[in-house]
Write a protein that binds this ligand. Structure first.
Ligand code: URA
Length: 234
């Protein structure tokens, strides 16, 4: 969130001081409502108009990042940890992550400055599928079927999910889990609920997008075709 006058100044509307004056004169609207106070903060999703005209929009960019463990996926961290934005520092548009991956989770994360698409892709009603490569301690065997049916978490039952490619090692088991919800730490909590805590977690697929051979810590821009396909999902 940033102060409205700062965002206006960045968009090339006016100096910050002039922007403050425009606000006080009642010439600025946020999401259709006139704002008259200078303390107002806005996010990249907010729609800002000056004298009825939308402020210049940044070019929309869409990035697919292979997030390593050890980065948080919020835009800044009060504890000073590294954020996923550090990995796209050479992108000049102000992008932000579509949903979150935990600090300890790696894999596919989309970043964009398209607030409308972000909203849709993260809204539960669109049921975008996400596939995770999960490694748990021990050998859950048929307990995995419970993940598919739904397990009770503190915030309610999980929706049906799909388990595939189960591989049993000496002391651990790996499998693919596909879910279409996006609750906080959902996969970790689901595995805990069946008594098999997660050892490692990597998202390998988001809707139809896959990590492919993109190295950890690197990103690529989505193609026009991929952007269109994402937009048509919602
Ligand atoms: N589920 C989790 O538990 N963590 C993630 O980062 C993503 C899904």
């Amino acid at each position: 969130m940033e102060r409205l006058q700062k965002v206006m100044a960045h968009a090339g509307i006016a100096s910050r001081r002039k922007a403050e004056q425009l606000i006080l004169e009642g010439r600025v609207k946020v999401n259709g409502e006139t704002v008259r106070e200078l303390g107002r903060k806005v996010s990249p999703e907010d729609f800002i108009e000056v004298d009825g005209k939308p402020i210049r929009e940044e070019k929309k960019v869409y990035i697919l990042l292979n997030k390593p463990v050890g980065y948080i996926s919020t835009v800044d961290d009060p504890r000073g940890r590294r954020t996923v934005l550090d990995l796209v520092a050479d992108v000049k548009e102000r992008v932000y992550p579509v949903g979150r991956l935990d600090y300890d989770t790696s894999g596919l994360l989309i970043l964009t400055n398209d607030g409308e698409l972000t909203y849709k892709l993260t809204h539960p009603s669109f049921e975008v599928k996400k596939t995770y490569l999960v490694e748990v301690e021990g050998k859950p065997g048929k307990e995995l079927a419970r993940l598919e049916k739904g397990v009770m978490l503190s915030d309610g039952m999980t929706a049906p999910a799909a388990v595939a490619e189960v591989k049993t090692g000496k002391n651990s088991t790996s499998f693919l889990l596909t879910i279409h919800e996006g609750r906080n730490r959902q996969v970790r909590r689901m595995c805990e609920a069946i008594g098999y805590p997660v050892k490692s977690l990597k998202r390998i697929k988001f809707a139809f997008l896959e990590l492919g051979d993109l190295p950890e810590g690197r990103y690529r821009y989505l193609t026009e075709k991929e952007i269109k396909m994402l937009q048509s999902l919602t």
